[in-house]
Write a protein that binds this ligand. Structure first.
Ligand code: 5RP
Length: 291
């Protein structure tokens, strides 16, 4: 029983400070649950509103591709410089120390490799994402691919159902269909399909007209880096995407296949978070590489 003789009346109600009714800082997130907002806040820097995610999930399709031969050696040391790590359960469990405090975006669809017809994917059991303490879950949609479009859209829709239940945001990844033009019309359609199905983050590719893709996608959009480019071009890609309204990058090969991955992830972060121009990012890259 609480003491009744020492109930101190409150006298600090902040009457001159109205309750904060500001919107949540990420677009499209006002009406989502507290848990999703909280997880999104772990992924997207509060000050810049952006993120540098490090993608190393490529092996589930490609095997030990260049730069990912030893994730314990190649990726683990970069982790502290990323805002979020995107990988598969196998690589995260076996190669990323459990002491890691960076949020994990868990790749949750799997099924086929580059050696066969891709994208015939199924989802992991949701218990996996929860047991791995995933901050977000990612799955791909193959818009425009007659064989797998329906399956992959059903996957993302089901993943959002699970995410809603446990307040885990879903990142929709737009696949590059073999016969589809890599243009803003196609990526805009695919990005929109992710958002329409409830994704909280959309990962797609930078193209000309990208501002239209971002404008028509009402949740944060991040770009993949795609195949390895010279560092200056990868920094330009990130810069241009940010100028068009992207909320960051989820970059893989242009970081881990760089001649200096640590310098590169710091340079990308300079562009994404600190407003560096591509040439300034390259200068930072060179300084760090030669240090
Ligand atoms: C493909 C993915 C990859 O993680 C993605 O392509 C990012 O890597 P990169 O920057 O190397 O393109 O989600 O399904």
């Amino acid at each position: 029983m609480a003491d009744l003789d020492d109930i101190r009346d409150g006298d600090n109600f902040g009457l001159n400070t109205p309750a904060d009714t500001n919107s949540f800082y990420l677009k499209g997130m006002n009406s989502v649950d507290w848990g999703i907002k909280n997880r999104m806040s772990r992924i997207f820097n509060r000050k810049s509103g952006r993120t540098v995610m490090l993608a190393f999930d490529h092996g589930f399709l490609m095997g030990p591709t260049s730069g990912l031969e030893r994730i314990d050696l190649n990726i683990a040391p970069l982790a502290e410089h990323a805002d979020c790590l995107m990988g598969t359960r196998g690589m995260i469990r076996s190669c990323i120390p459990a002491e890691n405090t960076k949020p994990i975006c868990l790749r949750t669809d799997t099924g086929t490799t580059i050696l066969t017809e891709m994208n015939h994917n199924v989802l992991l059991d949701e218990a996996e994402a929860i047991s791995m303490n995933a901050t977000a879950m990612a799955a791909m949609i193959a818009v425009g691919d007659a064989a797998t479009e329906a399956l992959t859209i059903a996957n993302i829709s089901r993943l959002v159902d699970v995410g809603q239940k446990y307040s885990i945001p879903v990142m929709g990844v737009t696949a590059v269909g073999k016969d589809m033009a890599r243009d803003s019309r196609y990526f805009g359609l695919a990005a929109r399909v992710c958002a329409e199905n409830g994704a909280s983050i959309v990962k797609t590719y930078y193209t000309e007209g990208f501002e239209n893709v971002v404008a028509a996608t009402p949740v944060p959009v991040v770009i993949a880096g795609g195949k390895k480019l010279p560092e200056i071009e990868a920094l330009e890609l990130a810069y241009n995407a940010i100028q068009c309204g992207a909320a960051g990058v989820d970059m893989g090969r242009n970081v881990f296949q760089s001649e200096a991955p640590l310098a590169m992830i710091k340079a990308v972060a300079g562009v994404v978070h600190d407003g560096l121009k591509p040439a300034e990012g390259l200068e930072l890259f060179n300084d760090l590489k030669n240090a």
